[in-house]
Design a protein around this ligand. Sequence first.
Ligand code: TXA
Ligand code: MG
Length: 328
Amino acid sequence: MIVPGTEASALAGAAQAIAAGGLVAFPTETVYGLGARADSDAAVARIFAAKGRPSEHPLIVHVADAEGAAAFAAEISPMARRLMESFWPGPLTVIVRRREGMAAAAAGGQDTIGLRCPAHPVAQALLRACAALGVPGLAAPSANRFGRVSPTTAAHVRAEFDEHDPLRVLDGGACEIGIESSIVDCSRAHAVLLRPGVIERARIEAVLGEPLRERDDDAPRASGTLDAHYAPRAKVRLMSAAMLRDALALLGPQAELGLAVYSRTLRPAGARVVFRRMPDSARATAHELFAVLRELDTSGVALIWAEQPPDTPDWDGVRDRLQRAAAA
Ligand code: TXA
Ligand code: MG
C-alpha cells in the first residue's frame, strides 16, 4: 500500500504501525529505507526476513537529530561529533561504539552501531512522530531484497516485494541524491571510509582534520561493501570509452543481443541497442543511476554495457556502485 508521506493521517498511521513493531518503508534523500523500531529485536527481525538479508549484517539506525544518537551510542567520539555537526541532517552515516544492551539485533550483534540523521522532510516527520510515541530510532536498510538495486521511488519499493505483502510505503517522490549515504567508521583510532557517497572524501577529511584510512581486515562488515551488490538482473559490464567503441564496432549494426548501453561519450548506431545517455555530472548520474538500472532491466535486456565514469573524486560514489553491479 502506497500512502502519501506528506499527509498527517498517513504519517500518524505509519508511526503507530512502527511503534507496534511493524515495518514501514519511507523516503530519505538517498534511497528508500525499510524501517522498524531499532530498540525492538523482534521488530528488527522482520526487516531481515522481508529483505532476505543475513541477520549478522548490521543495519543503519536513523534518528531525528544528534541528541537522538545518544540513546544508541556508548559515546560519541570527537571525530563522530564533528562529522555529525557538519553533515547532519544529510547523507552521512557514522559508526560509533554501541550502548550496551541497546539495538543488538539492528547492529547485527556487533559492538558498534551505524547512525544517520536523514534530511528528507518525510523521514524527519516520521522520526519525530515515532519519537513522540517513545520510539528512539528506526533501523532501516535500503528497501530492496538483499543484493539488489536500492529503490529511489515508492513504486520501486513496491516492485521489490510480493504484491500480496501488505507493506506500507510512505511516498515522498523520487530521492534527490539517489545513492546511499557515505559511511565513516569512527569507532576506532582513525576514521575509515567504509562506503563512498556523494559527499566528497576531501570534504570529510577537511572536517576530520586527517586523511580517511582505507578499509582493512578488522574493519566492520558492511553488506553495501561486498564486492557484488547493487545488482540488476541483466549482466553489467563496465568499460572504458575506447573498449566500448571497439565492442560496439565488433557487434555490427544488426546486433540482436538484448544489449543496453549507458554512456557519456558514445551513442551506438543501430536501433536494436537500447541507449541511455549518462549525464555529464556525477550528481545527476547518482540521482538517476538506480532508476536507470531498473528501467533497463524492465526493458528485458540481458546485457548492460556502462562506460567507466571519470577518474575524479566527485564520481567515487557512482563508480563504486557501478563496479559492484558489474562484479555480481
Ligand atoms: O543512505 C542510506 O544509508 C540508506 C538509507 C535508507 O538511509 N540505508 C542503507 O542501508 O543504505 P543498508 O542497510 O542498505 O546499508 C547500510 C550499510 C551496510 O553495508 C551495513 O553493513 C553498514 O551500513 N553498517 C551498518 N551498521 C554498521 C556497523 N555497525 N558497522 C559496519 N557497517 C555497518
Ligand atoms: Mg542496501
